[in-house]
Design a protein around this ligand. Structure first.
Ligand code: SF4
Length: 353
């Protein structure tokens, strides 16, 4: 049980945990169901608004429980799209970012699972911060609650693709996904929740073995181990073939396609040879291949030219067998809200000075 300033953090507790806690403070377990619905289904963050709960227990909650874990520091609206990047301040004065993207009837929220990240992908701004700490379940869930309370379009999809490697905060990410999926919580369908990993192999295996029902995305980003070793050092531990093998296992066992993500970077992984290698690696693999032209952030890596993007795609299409190809242009590049761009710059600057 998490305690902050002698108060219990109940935001983030699951249904059973809330029921047990209510009983432990002299309430019925039914109160736990009510609290769960007030917090997650209705997004209420103050006890005095929980109208079907007795005044006595509302007073108790006020005095002894924490119902909200973050506050907004800054919201930046893209001028190009219906995309907003939120900067949240946590109770320990750390910061995280969350991105809301609305396109037609689809509202996707990209949430963070850690403050910083130690996976150290060379092209990623978050990786440059280093690892600070894992987020609590409450901090993960509160990102979605804030967006739901402040953006008119109903949330249709949530992706764990913000700051951090979700599989290095596995238990809390899975429990948060449970709250998103629970009909008494956010009531999002299991296929509306995607967890994206850089390739933490033991956790991918655990995710498959536990038959977790959410969608799985794996960042591949290279067509051979030499390139992947350079841009994603994690590859030296778990290489491309191991990752693809597990991806295949997910697709076959879950009867749902794994998604491989490939951030295309000029002169790094966008050559004709890379496309041929990639087509051959994925030959016969039942998967989606998401090609993401790189979002430039610090000038080291660059977006591919339109010609090399088209040449790359043509080769993949010509050799297509088993995999489906999608091209995803990241949203909110003018506000640095695209994939791999999330970093809290002012904080980072203070940390490194
Ligand atoms: S891409 Fe993801 S896993 Fe890699 S450093 Fe960035 S946040 Fe971490």
């Amino acid at each position: 049980m998490m305690v902050q300033n002698s108060k219990i953090v109940i935001k983030g507790m699951g249904l059973t945990e809330l029921q047990t806690w209510c009983e432990s403070v002299g309430e019925t377990s039914f109160r736990g169901i009510q609290l769960y619905e007030w917090m997650y289904k209705k997004g209420v963050e103050r006890a005095d608004k929980m109208l079907n709960i007795s005044q006595k227990f509302r007073n108790y909650l006020d005095e002894h429980a924490i119902l909200s874990t973050l506050e907004l520091e800054l919201a930046t609206q893209s001028k190009l799209e219906e995309t907003i990047k939120y900067l949240f301040r946590l109770k320990d004065n750390q910061f995280i970012e969350t991105v809301s993207m609305v396109q037609e009837n689809r509202h996707t929220v990209c949430i963070s699972s850690q403050i910083g990240c130690n996976v150290d992908c060379d092209f990623c701004a978050t990786g440059k911060m280093g690892f600070i700490r894992n987020l609590s379940i409450g901090e993960i869930v509160d990102q979605l609650i804030y967006v739901r309370n402040n953006v008119e379009s109903p949330i249709t999809n949530v992706v764990f693709m913000g700051m951090g490697e979700p599989f290095l905060n596995y238990d809390r990410v899975i429990k948060s996904a449970g709250i998103f999926h629970n009909p008494r919580g956010f009531n999002l369908g299991k296929h509306r929740i995607t967890i994206s990993t850089a390739g933490i192999l033991p956790k991918i295996k655990q995710f498959i073995d536990e038959e977790q029902k959410y969608k799985l995305a794996i960042s591949l980003n290279a067509s051979n181990d030499d390139v992947r070793d350079n841009i994603m050092p994690i590859n030296k531990k778990w290489n491309i073939r191991q990752i693809i093998k597990e991806g295949k296992r997910f697709s076959s066992l879950k009867r749902r396609q794994v998604m491989f993500e490939y951030v295309l970077m000029k002169g790094i992984n966008d050559s004709i040879e890379n496309a041929i290698e990639l087509a051959s690696l994925l030959n016969g693999v039942d998967c989606k291949l998401n090609i993401i032209p790189y979002n430039e952030s610090d000038g080291v890596y660059q977006r591919p030219t339109e010609k090399s993007l088209n040449d790359f795609l043509n080769i993949l299409h010509a050799n297509q067998n088993g995999y489906r190809i999608l091209v995803r242009w990241s949203k909110g590049q003018d506000i640095e809200a695209g994939c791999g761009q999330l970093i809290y710059k002012e904080k980072f600057a203070t940390d490194i000075n």
